[in-house]
Design a protein around this ligand. Structure first.
Ligand code: M6R
Length: 365
């Protein structure tokens, strides 16, 4: 049932404050502000030299963001690859290592095959899944559930933000266990996580402004997404979402890679969507925006209300996001990224919930 919404995708985007809140409540003790994982770990975070992550599509992008968090909070090196590569790469894996698989459906063929490879090679298996009865869940040593509820739209939205939520909680738990986060830092990060559902709701209030930008985007043939840090995978997610439901060609680059090639594409016709919360590297992204502006490129900046002024660039089109700490920005910035794709597809009259050539669950390779 779509309720008041035209599409499941819209409904699922709007469910995010609730499902992220529910997922957080499963991993955090809301009263004390501490992480409380809902399972015993059959491994010790302290003993790990490396974490191996593998997944497909949007779940892989969640893993890319997780990499930044595990490395920053837990000083745990992460190797991550798409499952279709990982399963055949014959990657050497650490002795007594931990492998993490992420999947909404829990049935993705390549992810399941990667899991089996990791198991045969002596890894403990942790999986972040939305369907608890799925093959991936059943074959794992420990399951970290996302509590997104059934996701019907082919484009993953609420499952993605719930995957991010779980990965954030795991990374903070790992950091506390490994002693790379102090108690105080842990409490601060948990406080930021607890704020996420409210911030997602705030971001949703900008829906009409985003729809307006999306209508313009729907008129072009190519879009470039840029970001740094965790906003780089968010750029990948923006491009993936736009491609899969609106069929507009989109590419994503780490903003710092711009001058190594893609800058040649910049002209007045191709919008450049810059995802840039005001974090420690915002300034660096501003210089990339200057490079785009100097070549007549059209920039849409997704950031908070102060970002445009701070950039010093005139005439920036902005999608305003709530003021928030930068650590977990992806959980909130997912909203404009999803809505841009959604409204571009709606403007083009595309079948948003059932895009051509795609299946919700990819059970064959
Ligand atoms: O069920 P899974 O999470 O394993 O699915 C992985 C991908 O097929 C999936 O995320 C796909 O990329 C989505 N259509 C993206 O919106």
């Amino acid at each position: 049932d779509k309720g008041a919404h035209k599409h499941f995708m819209a409904k699922e985007i709007h469910e995010q404050p609730e499902v992220v809140g529910r997922t957080l409540a499963h991993y955090l003790d809301m009263a004390t502000g501490r992480v409380r994982l809902p399972f015993e770990t059959p491994f010790d975070w302290k003993d790990l030299d490396r974490l191996t992550i593998s997944a497909c599509g949007t779940a892989y992008i969640a893993g890319l963001i997780g990499k930044y968090w595990f490395e920053r909070f837990a000083r745990l090196p992460v190797e991550i690859d798409v499952a279709s590569e990982f399963r055949y790469r014959e990657a050497p894996l650490p002795r007594k290592g931990l492998a993490l698989f992420i999947s909404q459906s829990g049935e993705t063929a390549d992810t399941l095959a990667s899991l089996r490879y990791a198991k045969e090679n002596g890894q403990k298996i942790l999986s972040v899944v939305n369907v608890p009865t799925s093959s991936i869940a059943r074959e794992s040593d420990v399951v970290a559930p996302t509590l997104a509820g059934p996701e019907i739209g082919v484009a993953s939205t609420k499952a993605f933000t719930c995957q991010l939520t779980v990965l954030a909680c795991l990374a903070v738990a790992a950091g506390l266990e490994r002693g790379t986060l102090s108690e105080a830092e842990g409490l601060r990060l948990v406080t930021e996580l607890i704020a996420a559902p409210g911030l997602i709701a705030e971001a949703l209030k900008h829906e009409h402004a985003i729809e307006h930008v999306a209508r313009d985007i729907s008129k072009v043939t190519d879009v470039l997404y840029l970001g740094r840090g965790t906003s780089y995978p968010m750029a990948l997610e923006g491009a993936l979402k736009l491609k899969e439901i609106s069929y507009i060609h989109a590419e994503a680059y780490a903003a710092g890679e711009l001058k190594h090639g893609p800058i040649a594409l910049i002209d007045e016709t191709m919008p450049v969507i810059v995802i840039a919360p005001r974090d420690a590297i915002y300034e660096k992204t501003v210089s990339n925006m200057q490079e785009v502006a100097a070549r007549g490129g059209r920039i849409v900046l997704i950031s908070d209300e102060h970002a445009a002024a701070e950039s010093g660039l005139a005439g920036l089109e902005t999608v305003v996001m709530p003021n928030m700490g930068p650590d977990f920005a992806p959980i909130v910035y997912a909203v404009p990224v999803q809505l841009l794709a959604y409204y571009a597809a709606v403007a083009l009259g595309k079948d948003v919930d059932q895009p051509r050539n795609l299946a919700k669950s990819v059970t064959v390779e």
